[in-house]
Design a protein. Structure first.
Length: 306
């Protein structure tokens, strides 16, 4: 017994005639009759009987018709669901994303994904960049979105195991507390050496803001601050700036989660920009749902282009 035989049998019952059923199925009546006889032989039971009004199912035939109808519906549902999976309309995706994107960017992605593929289940975590890198490497996340100062360095280090895509360029600005809101834009960094500079920790797994600042200060020693406060991420720096602890180099993304007590100023001779990198494992199959999200991220990440 197979699905084709069940379909033939159901059609005969629906049409109450082998002749009409054969026309519907675009096959000859003898071939259809042979298929039904083989089904009856396989099951060792009579399924149909001929009456003056047409072909009628026996009690066994009525039971099989009910079962076959349910199987047919489930097969149609399976076919539709498989199509949705293949198109990325359903599925599960795990995303590790830099905390900096939580306010002004990630909500837009979630809303767009919900509109385009409401049945995709997205799990989001926002760890520090080094953990995002590890999550993707070890398969805990399907995709990772992180901020780095050198995407090519990531590609050199991890290109054998990870696909690393440059998504956007993020120029640096200076975030100032309320007490420094009177300073013009662009601001003279040399005038702020007495202020505590809040920057993320350096990580051995990738090149970030601390490394490019060291190169920047080597070329411009007059810009090196006297005091540095290290924090876990760029996002952590903004509340500290708001509280008056000091100043911080930030990207334009930071303005999405700012308060009225944080003011942003351009820099006349700024450090090199940061970059957004999108990661996924090279040796792992990227599901259609994950691929859909990857394309959304490439399309929607804020910045000045790839």
């Amino acid at each position: 017994m197979d699905s084709r035989q069940l379909h033939y049998f159901r059609t005969v019952v629906d049409q109450r005639s082998f002749t009409r059923a054969a026309d519907v199925l675009h096959m000859t009546q003898p071939s259809l009759s042979l298929s039904v006889r083989r089904l009856e032989k396989d099951l060792d039971v009579q399924l149909l009987t001929r009456t003056s009004s047409g072909v009628e199912p026996t009690e066994a035939g009525r039971y099989l018709y009910s079962v076959a109808s349910q199987i047919g519906q489930e097969m149609e549902q399976a076919r539709a669901h498989l199509h949705d999976i293949a198109s990325g309309a359903v599925g599960r995706v795990r995303l590790s994303v830099a905390p900096e994107f939580n306010w002004g960017f990630l909500p837009d992605i979630l809303l767009r994904l919900r509109r385009e593929a409401p049945d995709v289940e997205l799990t989001v975590i926002d760890p520090a960049p080094a953990e995002t890198l590890a999550n993707v490497q070890e398969g805990r996340s399907d995709l990772g979105l992180m901020i780095t100062s050198d995407v090519s360095d990531l590609q050199r280090r991890y290109g054998d195991t990870l696909v690393v895509e440059t998504v956007a360029t993020l120029p640096l600005q200076l975030a100032l507390p309320e007490r420094l809101s009177h300073l013009p834009s662009p601001v003279n960094i040399a005038d702020l050496r007495e202020e505590t500079l809040i920057i993320p920790f350096a990580h051995p797994s990738f090149i970030g803001l601390p490394e490019i600042l060291e190169v920047y200060w080597a070329a411009h020693p007059e810009f090196r601050p006297y005091r540095i406060q290290k924090v876990s991420t760029l996002q952590t720096a903004v509340p500290l700036v708001s509280g008056g602890v000091g100043v911080a180099y930030v990207t334009g993304v930071a303005q999405s989660f700012t308060t009225t007590r944080v003011h942003y100023r351009d820099i006349p001779d700024p450090p090199p920009p940061l970059h957004t990198a999108l990661l996924h494992r090279r040796d792992a199959f990227l599901s259609p749902a994950a691929e859909r999200l990857r394309l959304l991220l490439l399309d929607c990440v804020p910045g000045q282009g790839r």
